[in-house]
Design a protein around this ligand. Structure first.
Ligand SMILES: [Zn+2]
Length: 106
């Protein structure tokens, strides 16, 4: 696998595991762990310490980390998870494009 091409706010689709087929927006990328947090996907129960605002504490549900190899960028045009192609632009920057239809993701 190449370098990480998933960024915050990308639409991704889960390609493996119990959440397979679900789509969501990337809330956070954790590059050092090669994992992402995707909105409303992979909820885990977390214990919350009591705070001054919420004296009780308790258990909350929160999105858990998903390994990057288990998600793909979702292309609206193709209607599926796709591979990303990196296109070098004239100014030296890189643009991410759908390997299927050429749609830009940036
Ligand atoms: Zn596409």
């Amino acid at each position: 696998m190449g370098k990480t091409s998933i960024r915050k706010n990308d639409m991704v689709i889960v390609t493996a595991g119990k959440e397979k087929g679900k789509k969501g927006k990337v809330l956070r990328v954790v590059p050092e762990k090669k994992r992402v947090i995707v909105e409303k996907i992979n909820f885990i129960k977390k214990h919350q310490r009591p705070t001054s605002a919420q004296k009780q504490g308790g258990i909350i549900e929160k999105e858990g980390l998903i390994h990057i190899s288990n998600v793909m960028i979702f292309c609206e045009k193709c209607g599926k998870g796709v591979r990303v192609r990196h296109q070098r632009l004239a100014d030296g920057s890189t643009e991410r494009m759908c390997a299927g239809c050429g749609e830009s993701f940036d």
